[in-house]
Design a protein around this ligand. Sequence first.
Ligand code: FMN
Length: 114
Amino acid sequence: MDVFREQILKADMIVFVTPLYYYGMTAQLKTVIDRFCSRNFSIQQKHLKSALLSVAYNSDDWTFESLESHYDTLIRYLNLEDKGRILGYGCGTPSMTRFSKYPDEAYEFGKNLK
Ligand SMILES: Cc1cc2nc3c(=O)[nH]c(=O)nc-3n(C[C@H](O)[C@H](O)[C@H](O)COP(=O)(O)O)c2cc1C
């Protein structure tokens, strides 16, 4: 985590990437975020850019509501500047994702980041 923290503080953007697990982020990503704790102030001061990338099996319009709400609260607290989110509805397996529109959307999103 010491290595991650140094990298985060050297970067100008944090991209949160997670499959949707029980309508939230994975425990693995949450564990990393929990370890931001001792550096909250340094992160807040940097005003980093941020983005959210996720995939889920379901396609209901409310699929990502909880994850987005958590992300919105996190970026508010950590003083991050949201640059956008790619939310892959109906992406339950690697091939479902590969044949969806989302890889292109993510590519364009990355390419157009300023
Ligand atoms: C433990 C677990 C929980 C999941 N929870 C949800 C969920 O709440 N809603 C949903 O639409 N998909 C859910 N899924 C499906 C995953 O979001 C989807 O299959 C994703 O593509 C899996 O990515 P992965 O292969 O990297 O784990 C879940 C899958 C797993 C394994």
